[in-house]
Write a protein that binds this ligand. Structure first.
Ligand code: AMP
Length: 350
């Protein structure tokens, strides 16, 4: 067990790290952020900051020496340089290896009985033509690695679209477009003792590939698919020997839940848990990695809606605060660029 007062290391310096650090502070821990960018909104609320490249072995060793346990808020951290930290790192780097590559992730989930959209690896224009001949259009071409918030994705409506596309020089995957009824995500926390707890399942609306709204409880379209989706998420957590918060995203379809992707970390669709659940995803992640008992995940209200503030939405902060029922979270980012997550607002139905 890592006792309060000890230091938790966090790889990545963004808003997820900031909210983990705030939950850790509440439990009496200090946090040390490691990130390559000099501006870190997580470091602003933490006790220590190492600004260094992901592959700086000396800086990583110094960081590890200061930390009793290390976690990450960003899943695209290169895994190789983390090897010397592996005995302090939770969740285990095998979760990163699986989730960093869309092909590995789909193969892993398929082995456990999950159903992704029809997919094919694409490394050339000929591969893409063959994938379209087998799977059909419409579809989405995605980079295997490093994509997030709809980045590194191309919608392919026809073979002509595919022929006109200049393929990036990166490994890709083509997915058939899922005619979904709704989107939802399963958020769980697995403790160091193997105890698994689920939060209520949120229905998610994306806009341009970026999460816009999470609503709890989800509609009937989602409710009927939760049990199957949770069973898969629990198998993933157990197969990875996972400790901490894990998120799996799904499409609700007529033929059941279709797996979209997983994130081996706290997740934007779980931000509602800060006010809307007895214990937030951030607090339970800290409890799990420190070997503490997990907190209750039940809803603390009849319902919850979380809206992201993207880009210029952040300028509405004063108007948002004029409604006393709104919980406003601003991440302290300097520039409100289009598509950038600047904050979120949570409303409870009591
Ligand atoms: P991703 O980054 O893969 O989660 O994609 C972001 C969003 O794009 C998803 O939440 C969906 O709204 C949409 N999307 C991605 N892949 C597909 C697919 N195969 N079929 C339909 N919509 C998709």
């Amino acid at each position: 067990m890592i006792a309060p007062g000890e230091t938790i290391g966090i790889l990545g310096g963004g808003q997820l790290g900031r909210m983990i650090a705030m939950a850790a502070a509440q439990l009496g821990y200090r946090c040390h952020i490691y990130a390559p960018e000099p501006e870190s909104i997580a470091a602003e609320v933490s006790a220590a900051f190492t600004c260094a490249a992901w592959d700086d072995a000396e800086a990583l060793a110094g960081f590890a020496a200061d930390c009793a346990v290390i976690t990450y808020e960003f899943e695209n951290v290169p895994v190789g340089p983390l090897a010397p930290l592996a005995d302090k790192l939770l969740a285990h780097p095998r979760a990163l290896e699986t989730a960093q590559d869309r092909v590995n992730e789909k193969l892993f989930v398929e082995q456990l009985g999950g159903k992704p959209a029809p997919w094919a690896e694409v490394n050339s224009a000929a591969d893409l033509a063959a994938a379209i001949a087998r799977i059909g259009t419409p579809g989405i071409l995605k980079t295997r690695r490093d994509g997030y918030d709809g980045k590194g994705q191309w919608r392919i409506m026809s073979s002509a679209d595919a022929e006109a596309l200049v393929l990036p020089d990166k490994p890709l995957v083509y997915e058939g477009f899922v005619d979904f009824r709704a989107e939802f995500s399963v958020l769980l926390c697995r403790g160091a003792d193997g105890d698994i707890r689920f939060w209520d399942t949120q229905e998610n609306i994306h806009n341009g590939g970026i999460l816009d709204t999470s609503t709890v409880p989800g509609s009937d379209l989602v409710q009927g698919e939760v049990a199957e989706a949770r069973a898969l998420a629990a198998k993933v957590a157990e197969a990875l020997g996972y400790v901490g918060v894990l998120t799996l995203e799904f499409f609700a379809t007529e033929s059941g839940p279709v797996f979209n992707e997983m994130a081996p970390r706290v997740h934007n669709s779980g931000h509602w848990t800060i006010e809307g659940a007895i214990t937030s995803q951030f607090e339970n992640h800290v409890r799990a990695i420190c070997g503490l008992p997990l907190g209750e995940c039940r809803l603390a209200a009849k319902g919850v809606v979380m809206n992201n503030l993207i880009g210029d939405d952040v300028h509405d902060w004063a108007q948002i605060l004029s409604d006393p029922a709104n919980h406003l979270h601003l991440y302290g980012k300097a520039a409100a660029r289009p598509g950038r997550k600047m904050g979120h607002v949570t409303r409870l139905t009591l």
